[in-house]
Design a protein around this ligand. Structure first.
Ligand code: CMP
Length: 140
């Protein structure tokens, strides 16, 4: 689909380690346009709500604790084929399996602390973008 969007978060591990600039540069170089962006911090309640789909997974508690442990950068990105191309750019969820040069291969330390989030479908990209941004905060 032309000009569609994906949603990303630079997670607390990557923010703490000073990788915001490096990650955003790689996102821009790959041809994504930033439609919305903010530095923010999720409460445990908000992190739990965002990842509610994983509620029954054994790692849910750890995930919520980690995602509310520090600042994140939330952003909406636009590009042709945004969801799929962004997932290619960030690499596999587990950094040990992420292709060389991908954002997770470069910046992630573990499957739980994996530097960035990327939406897994066009439908979830819309839901996740709306979770963090109002319509007037998105500049398409
Ligand atoms: P993300 O792409 O943000 O979507 C769900 C997150 O759950 C994922 O990245 C990981 O950070 C986390 N996750 C997935 N599998 C595991 C696991 N086995 N142990 C801990 N965290 C996980």
């Amino acid at each position: 689909m032309a000009g569609n969007i994906t949603f990303t978060m630079i997670k607390p591990d990557a923010v703490k380690a000073g990788h915001i600039g490096g990650i955003l540069a790689q996102i821009n170089e790959a041809g994504f346009r930033i439609v919305a962006m903010k530095l923010t911090k999720l409460s445990a309640e908000k992190a739990g709500e965002f990842y509610a789909v994983h509620k029954e997974r054994p790692f849910y508690g750890e995930l919520v604790e980690f995602m509310s442990s520090g600042s994140i950068v939330a952003a909406v990105l636009e590009k042709d084929n945004a969801v799929e191309d962004f997932r290619t750019l960030i690499g596999a969820t587990n950094p040990a399996e992420a292709a060389e040069g991908t954002i997770r291969a470069k910046y992630a330390t573990s499957i739980g602390e994996n530097a960035v989030h990327g939406s897994d479908s066009d439908e979830n990209a819309q839901i996740e973008a709306s979770f963090h941004f109002s319509v007037t905060e998105m500049f398409k």
